[in-house]
Design a protein around this ligand. Sequence first.
Ligand SMILES: [Cu+2]
Length: 235
Amino acid sequence: MGRRVSGKMNRRVLLAGILFSLVFVQSLPAVAGTIVGEVRILAESAQNRSPNSPFARRRPTWEAGSTEAANNGMRNVIVYLANDPSLKPAPLPPEKPIVNQQDLEIQPGFLLVPVGTTVRFPNNDEVYHNLFSVSSAKRFDLGRYGQGKEKEITFDKQGDVRIFCDIHPHMNAIIFIVPNEHYSMTGADGSFKLESVPAGEYDLRVWHETMGEQSKRVSVPEQGVTSVNFVLPRN
Ligand SMILES: [Cu+2]
């Protein structure tokens, strides 16, 4: 008898737990889907055909991630959701990222940060540097400063910021600023995945250092997966 009662109790507790989790899950604001896809780079041979060429109507050939050339091309490819008021900004890094001026180079040469991030620019060389950018996402001129000194820049706008040194023309770097927490760098095979995207309509963008930017309208379901592919022309 005692056993039967406790069995019932257990079942009730279990049921209450299930009900609670159902109510809890349903009270969560937005349900979220996943965006998956692939970025491919149009092979030179296909792109160079003139529209009048008899080969022009052939299916273009693609370079997939299996070739070394494509792997190089797939470096620093970013897929992200364009700025949208419904999307949360990405959390700022716990410490200010550092972009060094060292050995007559800007290191790292590529940095991805969320909007609002402040970056430190120390000079560790024995010579003066003068970093600057004329990019629309952040125009700045740090001026000349020597070893042991540093300046900071806060990147408050989404986009790519191309940085050069006024004294050493070979020095360059890119800082890419993402507008929210929904971004991904593609794998060497061009694949990407954005998880936990709130249901809705968005502009999905792909950015590449030399091949520019493309945008596609995507509809993210309340649950499940949306598939989007991009093809970038090789420059
Ligand atoms: Cu320099």
